[in-house]
Structure formats: structure tokens, C-alpha cells
Design a protein around this ligand. Structure first.
Ligand code: ADP
Ligand code: MG
Length: 579
């Protein structure tokens, strides 16, 4: 909650401007009934046209000033609100960008989207209403009371009328809020749910069609949609009920005032007082209604403020060590070392345990093991996509935690298991993350990645469009583009997480050969399923159930490591095995 004020502080000058105009508007409105009363008693009462005209002009002037002030208030209030939501949105986006897996898993993607759109809109709305009313209501309330007393013609019962009316207004608001507030919390969650399902279904469209589950998915969406609708309807109905009740209260007040004055009216003076008093009574009650308006918007916005703050206040677990804030542009030799490393997801049982091995520069180190054995977990620790739970990962003897994050990642060409292409062109994807990649660089990367052939086979070549998520290229083409993207960084360390699985054997072999030739000095770490892919690696690390069960070369492991021998036997012929 406190953090929100920081955002308002930045626009203090605009807020003050809004409040100044607001005060002006309130003072004008406050003066108008007095003039009207004067016009009736001194002008019409004395049949003095001169006085009528003077008061008339004064009233017109005041009205014009009030209008101008009102427009200015709207202008400044909207400006503040729009800027604050802009700042919030950009801060949320930046914060989410620096989230590590751990934080990311805490919120769902759809919730993050709702938080940076719908929730911020709520805050924006509150800001406008708040700035519109915050000063207005007290001035009208207090000023109106003072003025009303002046025009009460000494009828003390009038005070009770207003007090009773205000009490009813406050009571109504309390009742409405206590019923509606919990629903507002529910409502934001239901917006999340609708987004989540829509997101799921749009992404999984192909699967839904292939499995003929449209109806099931429609029902799922329908339910979430209806839940949201019924909550929204309930809250709107409750809020809508407030208005007619308020109108009844207002008219009751009018009636009571006329009735009380009726006993007293003897001359035009009292009639003019009655007219003015009515207006002031309305202003007083209106001021309470305005405050109630704030309370109508506030609960929903408070929920939103909390949800936005949650994102902004999330501690980022992976960040630069103290004093490592400046990028130094360092190039590593590239010796990667794991020392007794363990990692557990969400503090559960360790996914990998006691991992110790070395990947030297100029060598190819391979990781193999059944699915779920922890290969991806191991290599995600190198660019600090996650941080080790125990032990240390070092590059050239320096703990990765002590390296500036940008430096660290600039030194690693990484191909994740689940790779993503971005909408753009072939060239923009290969040169992704590079400020100024030359055509030669892109072509070299594409050549090593064996992507050149299919790039050149289309007419547009490097300018060929890539759809969002890379849906308009095949799985193997996507993998090769992702590999080219990593290679174009010309980093001393390359990590390929299961990046050759969608390639045919021939391309796989050609790619590895090109890698060995052109990246001879680099540290290459390959995660693979196929023994054939890694047979010639300088060092093979065999993983089983999160633990290393063997390190060595192909031939050694065939003899010494049962797990490796099993994998190899299932894939290679006796001849290839050399038995
Ligand atoms: P591999 O890459 O060898 O197939 P992973 O490293 O992806 O295996 O997974 C190792 C283990 O960690 C598996 O048991 C998997 O269920 C678990 N795991 C992987 N990712 C997560 C995650 N984000 N949250 C929780 N557990 C995970
Ligand atoms: Mg994996």
C-alpha cells in the first residue's frame, strides 16, 4: 500500500494543480445559493430590477468560473491517473522480466497479464474519482453546513433532518460494502481464471481439435465466464441499488425542509432562506454521497493495489552479487566446473544431487540420461536460470554468483530445451540479442547450424517472416534457427539442451562436424538422447535419477557404466558397439 504513494509523489505538481481548481469549483458552487437567496429577497422581494440584474450577472460569472475549474480538474486528474498507470505497467513489466523461474511460478502468466491490465485500470479509475472528490466533498460538507445555518431562519429542527439523512447514507454504505467487498476480491480472481482458460485454449487449439474436445473446453470456459458474470452482476446490482435509495433520501429531505419552513414562512425573506437552505442541504448530503462513491470504487481498487504490489514487491532471487552491478565486457576462457551441486525445485526433494564434473574449453562434454534424470536442471544452473541449492558452479574458477549477470549470459550461447522463436524475420531471430550483427555473422551461424539450405530455399531468404512462437517453420527448422541464434553470439561457452533431437541423423552429424571445426576453442556442453550424437564427445556424463552414475569416454562407459551400456545397447547395433 505504501509503495503506491511513491507513484503519486512523482506527480505532486499535477495533483496540486487539480486540487487548486477543485477548491475553486467548490467555492463557486458554495456561493451560488447565497446569491440566489439575495436575488429573491432583495431583488424580487423589493421589485428592484437593478438588484436582480446584478445578482444575475454575478451568478452567471460564478457558473462560468465553476465550469472552467471543473474542466481543468478533469484534465489534471486524468493526466495524473494515466501517467501513474503507465508507470505501474512499465514497472510491472520490468520486474516480471527479471523474474527467475521461482518467482515466475508463483504467479500464473494469465494472472500477470490481468495484473498489468485490468488491475491497473481499477487503480486508474480510483485515482480519477479520488482527485475529483477528495477536496470537493469536505469543502461542500463543511461550507454547506455553515451556510445552511445562516439560512435556517432559526428553525433548529432542520439540523435533525440533515443529521438523520447523513446517518441513513452512511448506514447504507456500510451495509453495501460489507456485502460487496469480499465479492470484489473474488471477482479479480475470476478475471484471472477466464484469462487463464482463454490463454490455455488458444495456445492448445491444435490439440483441442485433434482430440475433439471443443465441447469440453467450451463448457470449461463457459463455467469460468458465468462465474465471473454472476459475481459482476451481484456487485453491480448492490451498487445500483444505492442510487435510488439515495434519491428517496434526498427527496425526503426536501419534503421535510418544506414542511418545517411551512409553519414559519411569513415574508419573502423566509422563502428565499428556504430555497437556499434546500440547496445547501443537498450539497451537504451530496458531499457524503461523493465520499460514498469513493468507498464504492475503493474496495475494488484496494484489491487491485494489493495484487499489483505483490508483483512489485516480489524479491528477485537471481540478481547480481553486491558490487557487481557494472557489466565489464569480460570474455571467459570457458572452463565450467560443477562442485557437489544440488538443486531442489520449490524446496522439495532434490532433483539433482552431488553433481561434480568439469567441462573444459576446446572440448565437448555430453550429458545423457533418461527423461527426468535432471539433465536440463543441471545445465540451467550455468547461465543462472536457477541458482544452486548447494555446492557451486564456477567458470574459470569464479563462482557464477559472483559474475555480473549480463557478463555471464553474454558468455554463454544457450539453446534451451523448449526453445522459442519470436515474431520477426529469420535474420532478426538469428541475430537476436545482438546490437549489430553483420550479414556475414548471421550467415556463418546459419551455416554451422545447417540452417542455410532451408533459409535459401525460400525466396525471401533471411527476410522470411517468422510467426509468433515460430509456428510457420518445422520442428527441426526451429531447432536449427535456435542453434544459429546461440552460435551468432560467438560465445566461449555453448550449451545445447536436447537441441538435436528433431534433426535427422545426417543433419545431426553434419552439424556436430561443423561445430567441431568452427568452434574448436569453445566449451561445448550437449544434452542428448541419442548415443550417436555424443559418441565422440571428449567427456560423457551419465545421469540417473539426479545423480551421476558415470563419467568418461564412450568406450570406457560401455564397459564400466551399466546405465550407459543399457542406453547404448537399446540404440546401437552390436557392430557399432564394437562388441
Ligand atoms: P531431463 O532434462 O533430464 O529430462 P529435468 O531436469 O527436466 O530432466 O527434470 C528433472 C526432475 O525435476 C524431474 O523429475 C522433473 O519432474 C523435475 N522438474 C523439472 N522442472 C521442474 C519444475 N519447474 N518444477 C518442479 N519440478 C521440476
Ligand atoms: Mg530436459
Amino acid at each position: 500500500m505504501k509503495m503506491i504513494f511513491k507513484y503519486y509523489g512523482k506527480y505532486a505538481h499535477l495533483i496540486i494543480a487539480a486540487l487548486v481548481f477543485l477548491t475553486g469549483e467548490a467555492l463557486c458552487e458554495l456561493q451560488l445559493p447565497s446569491y440566489m437567496s439575495g436575488l429573491i429577497s432583495e431583488g424580487i422581494g423589493q421589485s428592484n430590477m437593478q438588484v436582480v440584474m446584478t445578482y444575475g450577472w454575478k451568478m452567471i460569472a460564478l457558473t462560468v468560473v465553476a465550469c472552467v475549474c471543473s474542466v481543468m480538474v478533469g484534465y489534471f486528474a486524468s493526466k495524473v491517473a494515466a501517467r501513474i498507470s503507465r508507470d505501474l505497467r512499465s514497472d510491472i513489466f520490468n520486474r516480471v522480466m527479471s523474474f527467475a523461474n521461482e518467482e515466475y511460478n508463483k504467479f500464473s502468466v494469465s494472472s500477470l497479464i490481468t495484473r498489468s491490465t485490468n488491475d491497473i485500470t481499477q487503480i486508474q479509475m480510483l485515482t480519477v474519482i479520488f482527485l475529483r472528490m477528495i477536496m470537493f466533498a469536505p469543502i461542500m460538507g463543511i461550507g454547506g453546513t455553515v451556510k445552511a445555518i445562516q439560512h435556517s431562519s432559526g428553525i433548529s429542527a432542520l439540523a435533525y433532518v440533515i443529521i438523520v439523512a447523513i446517518a441513513i447514507v452512511i448506514l447504507l454504505i456500510i451495509i453495501a460494502l460489507s456485502v460487496v467487498q469480499p465479492r470484489f476480491i473474488k471477482m479479480q480472481k475470476q478475471v484471472d481464471a477466464v484469462n487463464q482458460i482463454a490463454n490455455d485454449e488458444l495456445n492448445g487449439m491444435m490439440v483441442i481439435r485433434a482430440f475433439n474436445t471443443q465441447e469440453h473446453e467450451e463448457r470449461r470456459f463457459d463455467k469460468a465466464n458465468k462465474d465471473l458474470t454472476s459475481t459482476a452482476l451481484f456487485t453491480s446490482r448492490m451498487m445500483a441499488m444505492l442510487m435510488p435509495i439515495m434519491t428517496v433520501v434526498m427527496n425526503g429531505v426536501m419534503l421535510a425542509i418544506v414542511w418545517l419552513f411551512a409553519y414559519k414562512v411569513e415574508d419573502i425573506q423566509q422563502v428565499s432562506n428556504m430555497m437556499a437552505f434546500m440547496q445547501y442541504a443537498l450539497q451537504i448530503i451530496m458531499s457524503f454521497m461523493m465520499i460514498s462513491m469513493i468507498f464504492i470504487v475503493l474496495p475494488r481498487a484496494v484489491v487491485s493495489i494489493k495484487r499489483v504490489s505483490e508483483v512489485l514487491n516480489t524479491e528477485i532471487s537471481i540478481k547480481n552479487a553486491d558490487g557487481r552491478d557494472d557489466e565489464s565486457g569480460i570474455r571467459f576462457k570457458g572452463d565450467v566446473k560443477f562442485e557437489n551441486v544440488s538443486y531442489s525445485y520449490g524446496g522439495g526433494a532434490p532433483a539433482i544431487e552431488g553433481i561434480t564434473f568439469e567441462a573444459k574449453s576446446g572440448e565437448v562434454t555430453a550429458l545423457i540420461g533418461s527423461t527426468g534424470s535432471g539433465k536440463s536442471t543441471v545445465i540451467n544452473l550455468i547461465p543462472r536460470l536457477m541458482d544452486v541449492s548447494e555446492g557451486a558452479v564456477t567458470i574459470d574458477g569464479v563462482n557464477v554468483k559472483d559474475i555480473n549477470l549480463k557478463d555471464l549470459r553474454n558468455n554463454i550461447g544457450f539453446v534451451p530445451q523448449k526453445n522459442t522463436l519470436f515474431s520477426g524475420t529469420v535474420a532478426s531471430n538469428i541475430g537476436y540479442g545482438l546490437d549489430n550483427a553483420s550479414v556475414d555473422d548471421l550467415q556463418q551461424a546459419a551455416r554451422i547450424a545447417q540452417a542455410e539450405e532451408f533459409i535459401n530455399s525460400s525466396e525471401e531468404g533471411y527476410n522470411r517472416e517468422i510467426a509468433q512462437g515460430g509456428t510457420n517453420v518445422s520442428g527441426g527448422q526451429k531447432q536449427r534457427l535456435a542453434i544459429a541464434r546461440a552460435l551468432s553470439k560467438k560465445a566461449p561457452i555453448y550449451v545445447f539442451d536436447d537441441s538435436f533431437s528433431a534433426l535427422d541423423f545426417k543433419t545431426d552429424a553434419k552439424l556436430r562436424m561443423a561445430l567441431a571445426e568452427e568452434m574448436a576453442d569453445a566449451t561445448v556442453i550437449i544434452v542428448a538422447q541419442r548415443v550417436g550424437t555424443i559418441k565422440n564427445a571428449d567427456r560423457i556424463v551419465v545421469l540417473d535419477d539426479g545423480k551421476i552414475v558415470g563419467i568418461g569416454k564412450h568406450e570406457e562407459l560401455l564397459r564400466s557404466c551399466e546405465t550407459y551400456a543399457d542406453i547404448a545397447k537399446s540404440q546401437l547395433s552390436e557392430e557399432e558397439l564394437g562388441l
